[in-house]
Design a protein around this ligand. Structure first.
Ligand SMILES: [Zn+2]
Length: 333
């Protein structure tokens, strides 16, 4: 009996599926790549052939220009790649994000990419697929990481906004996914005022709108006066928070939406006055809940704090190992 998953190999530059002769989220250009989602640490440009959801392909084109050899695969569609049956199912992480389900000779493996379990108005919810091998991320793989309810974090933001209408709230949020999610979460909480945005997120806002995500009324900060922006929310990439650019804003309260805001020191490093713990990754409870639910024989753990989750698996009689992939960073936290 061959070792479980002996047809899937872990290399520093990505996961190689031998009977498909294809790489998953490789960090270097390859002849054939399957891409879980559009964050730059997973989706690199320059592959000869790319298999991804139509949304992810559109995000890659938006970021890297036209990608020859892109093949769109919708959620739930089944295709054969070499000797492997492949399907993409929602991961609930960002627009177009997918888990890649691989079946070969009666063995099923799920590569989760990045994922979360709580609802996100910009993408369909994570679909649990029971499997033999579950390859999971562990960005927040420590029991200290328990993300609070998203609605209550959004309420804190709105409360602060209404407390002083002469100021604006500048929210740092990653350009792909987090920025659009914050906007839609605000809309879901009844905030229908115009929301201002930094130019760096404009193209991705349009892309989300093209795929039917309703962002409400948005305005570019360029050309707006301080007076106009007072009492409003401004969304910008995290790098802009302490940038000269922010001087054009009316006495901004600096906020940041990230799972890392659980760590006070991280908030202090960025001079964040209003830390909002809103993450696009599974927290500790979601990671362990997911593993229980899928009940895999083996769990392979990638980028993040692997050790604690590995230990948790062992104590629950599940074989677990760490994969040493390089190049995964938290563009998306
Ligand atoms: Zn991601």
């Amino acid at each position: 009996m061959p070792r479980l998953g002996s047809w899937i190999e872990s290399h520093p530059e990505g996961i190689y599926v031998r009977p498909a002769d294809a790489w998953i989220d490789p960090s270097r250009p390859k002849a054939k790549a399957m891409v879980t989602h559009g964050h730059s640490d997973h989706a690199r440009g320059g592959h000869q052939a790319v298999l991804a959801t139509p949304e992810t392909l559109a995000i890659m084109e938006c970021r890297y220009g036209p990608q020859s050899g892109g093949q769109g695969i919708g959620y739930g569609e089944n295709i054969r790649v070499g000797e492997v049956d492949v399907s993409f199912v929602p991961a609930g992480h960002v627009l177009g994000s997918a888990q890649i389900v691989l079946e070969h000779k009666g063995e099923k493996a799920v590569v989760s990419g990045d994922y979360k379990r709580r609802p996100d108005p910009t993408c369909p919810c994570f679909v649990p697929v029971p499997c033999d091998i579950f390859i999971t991320e562990a960005t927040f793989g420590l029991p200290v990481f328990r993300h609070p309810d998203t609605g209550s974090e959004i309420d804190r933001l709105l409360h602060r906004l209404h407390a002083d209408p002469s100021r604006c709230i500048l929210v740092g949020a990653y350009a792909l996914g987090k920025a659009q999610r914050i906007i839609t979460e605000l809309r879901a909480r009844g905030h229908h005022d115009p929301i201002y945005f930094h130019g760096a997120i404009e193209r991705l806002n349009h892309l989300y709108q093209d795929f039917g995500v309703d962002l409400g009324e948005l305005r570019h900060t360029g050309g707006a006066t301080k007076q106009e922006m007072a009492g409003h929310i401004v969304i910008a990439p995290p790098g802009a928070l302490n940038d000269r650019w922010s001087r054009r804003l009316p006495d901004p309260v600096t906020a940041m939406a990230s799972g890392w805001m659980r760590i006070r020191q991280r908030a202090r490093q960025r001079n964040v006055e209003l830390p909002l713990i809103i993450s696009d990754h599974a927290d500790w409870d979601e990671l362990t809940m997911t593993i229980r639910e899928l009940s895999p024989t083996e769990v392979w753990i990638t980028h993040g704090r692997e050790e604690a989750l590995k230990h948790w698996c062992m104590t629950h009689q599940i074989k677990a190992c760490e994969l040493n992939l390089v190049g995964y960073e938290d563009e998306d936290d």
